[in-house]
Design a protein around this ligand. Structure first.
Ligand code: CMP
Length: 136
C-alpha cells in the first residue's frame, strides 16, 4: 500500500554535504520524492514537530539543534514508505542501534546529531506532513 512519510535532513546533514547521499538512497530504494524544500525552521514549527518529546530532558537541545541551520524537508511516497525510510535511516542511536549500511550507521556517531528524521507511524506521518507541507 502506497503511503507518504516526512523525511528531514537535519542541520548536521546539510552542513556536512550529505543531502545528495540521503536523496540518492531514498531514490535507489524505489521511493519517490513528492515535495522537497530547504528551509530555516521557526521555533514554533520545531516545537510542534517535536511535541511528543516535550517532557524529555533533551527537548531544549533538540529545539536548539533543529533551529540552528537549514534543514531539507521532503515528502516521500511509496509502498510502506514509513518503515522503508526508517530502515534506510537506521536506529536513533547511530552506534548502538543503527547498523552499517544505514544512513546513521554509516555517517554519524551522536544520537543528538543523527542526520535525518523519518516519521515513525502513519499517525506521525500525517501529523508531521501537515506541519511541513500543508499544501499537499
Ligand atoms: P528524531 O528521529 O528526529 O526524533 C527525536 C530526536 O531526538 C531523535 O531523532 C534524536 O535526534 C533526538 N534524541 C533522542 N534521544 C536523545 C538523547 N538521549 N539525547 C539527545 N537527543 C536525543
Amino acid at each position: 500500500m502506497s503511503e507518504r512519510t516526512l523525511v528531514l535532513v537535519k542541520p548536521d546533514g546539510v552542513e556536512r554535504g550529505l543531502v545528495g547521499e540521503v536523496i540518492s538512497r531514498i531514490e535507489k530504494k524505489g521511493l519517490k520524492l513528492v515535495a522537497l524544500e530547504m528551509r530555516n525552521v521557526a521555533r514554533a514549527v520545531a516545537e510542534e514537530h517535536y511535541a511528543e518529546h516535550k517532557e524529555k530532558p533533551f527537548f531544549g537541545e533538540l529545539l536548539e539543534f533543529i533551529t540552528s541551520g537549514q534543514v531539507v524537508a521532503m515528502a516521500v511516497e511509496g509502498t510502506r514508505a514509513i518503515a522503508a525510510f526508517r530502515q534506510l535511516a537506521g536506529g536513533t542511536d547511530p552506534v548502538e542501534k543503527a547498523t552499517p549500511g544505514t544512513i546513521r550507521g554509516d555517517y554519524c556517531l551522536e544520537t543528538q546529531y543523527n542526520l535525518v528524521h523519518g516519521s515513525d507511524s502513519p499517525e506521525s506521518a500525517e501529523r508531521e506532513l501537515k506541519i511541513w507541507f500543508p499544501e499537499l
